[in-house]
Design a protein around this ligand. Structure first.
Ligand code: ZN
Length: 285
């Protein structure tokens, strides 16, 4: 049976919660504390090492957040969670809505409440976008988590999805180099959902930003590789809590060496385009 156990709940900033201890009942305290937490399923490091077995269901995930990103059993497409709906951008770039029984090997979600907004105009690329977002992060605290929604019009956006993997699973970067599929959308409206992880998250996730995208008509999407924003508004939810769910009955997971440094492979998996992968192969030949 697939189960999960939340093993770690860090409340990194207690000011909000301390206020609740004074006034609210225990139930309200838990409910509101959970809403101010990033819920993470497994580790990006376990996904990078090819642990693609799902362990939390879509139904369970929705109890921990209404906004976020992730993937599905077998890395069967890219997950976008928006307004409480879990969307699956599959290998052909189209969106399906998975059943609540579908399982998830890696994800981050939270209940989204806008703390600060930032208008974005004429953002030429990912570096320029991250520079603008980081200015807000640095002002409000770089050692918190942030979920961000960037809604607007995009002059260009390159996203990817991938074919579902079969066992024995390869490492994520190897699987993507073989089975990644890319899509370019021009002059399209939609929403990017992004997660910012602070610098101390290097062993559990990746530091900095990770974005997925879904079109306004909810028909196309994927993991964002390149972006050019015409006009949009970024809404930030700064989040001081962190909850990690690990599989408690999965021998594959328990036998993994999670002290291995997967930084380079994770960077490749998150950023490499098909042309990057082709250039890398040419270099090796
Ligand atoms: Zn992604």
């Amino acid at each position: 049976m697939k189960t999960r156990t939340p093993v770690l709940a860090l409340l990194l900033c207690s000011i909000f919660c301390l206020g609740l201890f004074n006034s609210a009942s225990g139930m309200a305290e838990n409910t509101i504390a959970d809403r101010e937490s990033i819920y993470q399923v497994a580790l990006l490091q376990s996904l990078a090492q090819g642990h693609f077995d799902g362990m939390v269901t879509v139904g369970e995930l929705k109890a921990h957040g209404d906004t976020g990103i992730g993937t599905f059993e077998g890395v069967n497409g890219e997950m976008i969670v928006l307004d409480g709906v879990v969307y699956q951008a599959i290998y052909d770039g189209s969106i399906v809505t998975p059943p609540d029984s579908e399982t998830i090997p890696f994800s981050n979600v939270t209940f989204f409440e806008t703390d600060v907004s930032l208008p974005l105009t004429g953002i030429a690329d990912m570096a320029a976008l991250q520079e603008q977002l980081n200015a807000v992060v640095n002002e409000h605290g770089a050692n918190l988590f942030y979920m961000v929604k960037i809604a607007g019009t995009f002059s260009d956006i390159k996203v990817r999805s991938e074919y579902k993997q079969e066992k024995p699973y390869r490492n994520l970067d190897v699987a993507l180099a073989a089975d990644q599929v890319e899509f370019d959308f021009e002059n399209i409206s939609g929403t990017m959902v992004g997660l910012y992880c602070p610098s101390f998250m290097g062993g559990l996730n990746s530091i900095g930003w990770h974005f997925h995208f879904i079109t306004e008509d909810l028909t196309r999407g994927g993991h964002v590789l390149q972006v050019n924003i015409d006009n949009a508004v970024a809404s930030f939810d700064s989040t001081p809590g962190f909850t990690l769910a690990l599989p408690d009955d999965n021998t594959d997971f328990q036998s993994m060496d999670l002290s291995l440094n997967m930084d380079e492979a994770i960077h490749r998996a998150e950023t490499a385009t098909l042309s990057d992968a082709a250039a890398e192969t040419d270099k090796q030949e």
